[in-house]
Design a protein around this ligand. Structure first.
Ligand SMILES: [Zn+2]
Length: 429
């Protein structure tokens, strides 16, 4: 080991801890802004919503938002402690050495390292996930899960993760070892292929293991919806109702997949709350996402980002300072590929946090586009009342901190959305 090695790994440690400290500072600052802003506006319903939202509903949304933000702070602090535990405090290094002592070097050890890491992180995350479901969501009347269902979900998720994840991990480790300097390009191509496949098999094969998806049954609603879909140029086969009420009272609708696997999913909780014209308006919003090719745009962005990520990983794996700087002694006589994958997965979010607002902004602009499409196909009034019901049912605050929204929100706040919709309607009239 020479001086350059020491200085490079030390510099990298400093860069990592600096970025972690900065991201923590920003997260705490944003959360405290959100908490202050929501608390300050808790006493009265904002003027624009006085006629449509009750004070009780407004205050429930405020209390729920505050509770979530406080839990979020705890999660951020806990996550940072766990991250430091794995990296600079030597957790990953200890796990690696222990497994080498047990099973020796080789592919088996590398897979065991990945699996061991997943199991330990899964277990450390459990108390938080339990608290979120059975304390926070329960307190606000949203939780519909039983302990049995929660455990069953955990079991199914772990089995699916192992059955799909381990072979994928084995293949990537093999590529890293066998395909030379440009392994990252091959691994990227494979990863992209897998993600495209997932877009097809997730809605059709995996999601049905957790929920029931049935075609829309209500005949009058079906006739309306089919007419709307034909008008917008979609096959009516792709509309499903999901039993979201099995787990939560939160209502939602989403779009997914492409080609023949393209589908729009309505939660039963949403259908039970909306009138037929409102269902039309929400469906038109989801169709707007397809019309504007938002899935394709997301895929292209993911391709570009992950190529950058894999290229960076390809570079980092060759440098001892990458491992040492994150608290791991690299193996000198055997492959460090599993270690590199884990360190990259752990350290990357600390840096990518700073570009997250760019993607949140992109997502919000897509929501505006889908709203505009829906207003043109149906009506601004129906979409507005539908959205307000959704905001109310989900206890989403009407008064988030504007900066917090810019940083985190994938969907624009209610007042912004409603104002834009009325604008579109006025321009069309
Ligand atoms: Zn949307």
């Amino acid at each position: 080991m020479n001086d350059t090695f020491f200085s490079a790994s030390l510099w990298f440690s400093l860069l990592f801890t600096g970025a972690l400290a900065l991201s923590l500072g920003v997260k705490f600052w944003l959360a405290s802004r959100q908490i202050r802003h929501v608390a300050q506006h808790r006493a009265a319903v904002p003027d624009a919503f006085v006629a449509t939202i009750s004070l009780a509903a407004h205050q429930k949304a405020a209390d729920y938002t505050l509770a979530k933000a406080r839990l979020g702070l705890l999660e951020v602090a806990f996550g940072a402690a766990v991250l430091l535990g794995w990296t600079l405090l030597g957790g990953l290094s200890v796990l690696n050495q222990t497994l080498i002592a047990w099973i020796g070097y080789g592919m088996g050890q590398q897979l065991a390292l990945l699996a061991g890491f997943m199991v330990i992180s899964g277990v450390t995350d459990l108390p938080m996930s339990w608290y979120q479901t059975f304390v926070l969501e329960q307190r606000f009347g949203f939780n519909k899960m039983t302990v049995r269902l929660w455990l069953l979900d955990l079991f199914k998720g772990s089995v699916i993760g192992a059955v799909i994840g381990l072979p994928i991990a084995a293949l990537i480790l093999w590529m890293m070892a066998a395909t030379g300097n440009f392994w990252w390009l091959w691994a990227w191509l494979f990863w992209m292929g897998f993600n495209l496949l997932l877009l097809v098999i997730y809605p059709t094969l995996i999601a049905p293991l957790f929920n029931k998806f049935v075609p829309l049954e209500d005949e009058t609603l079906k006739a309306r919806v089919t007419a709307l879909m034909q008008r917008c140029g979609f096959s009516a086969k792709g509309l499903f109702v999901m039993d979201g009420s099995k787990r939560s009272a939160h209502a939602n609708a989403y779009f997914t997949g492409f080609g023949a696997a393209k589908r729009v999913v309505f939660y039963d909780t949403l259908l039970s709350r909306l009138s037929a014209p409102e269902v039309d308006a929400v469906l038109a919003h989801e169709l707007g996402h397809f019309k504007h090719k938002h899935i394709v745009k997301r895929i292209v962005a993911m391709f570009a980002l992950s190529l950058t990520g894999f290229a960076l990983l390809g570079y980092l794996t060759q440098n001892a300072w990458f491992y040492a700087g994150l608290g791991v002694q690299p193996n000198l006589t055997s492959a460090n590929d599993a270690l590199a994958l884990l360190l990259f997965m752990l350290a990357m979010p600390v840096f990518s946090f700073f570009i997250a607002p760019v993607f949140a902004q992109l997502s919000r602009s897509h929501e505006f586009e889908a709203d505009t499409y829906a207003v043109r196909q149906t009506s601004a009034n129906d979409l507005s009342t539908a959205l307000l019901k959704l905001y109310e049912d989900n206890a989403s605050t009407l008064t988030p901190d504007p900066l917090y929204v810019r940083f985190y929100y994938s969907h624009p706040g209610a007042s912004e959305r409603l104002a834009r919709m009325q604008g579109v309607d006025a321009a069309a009239a």
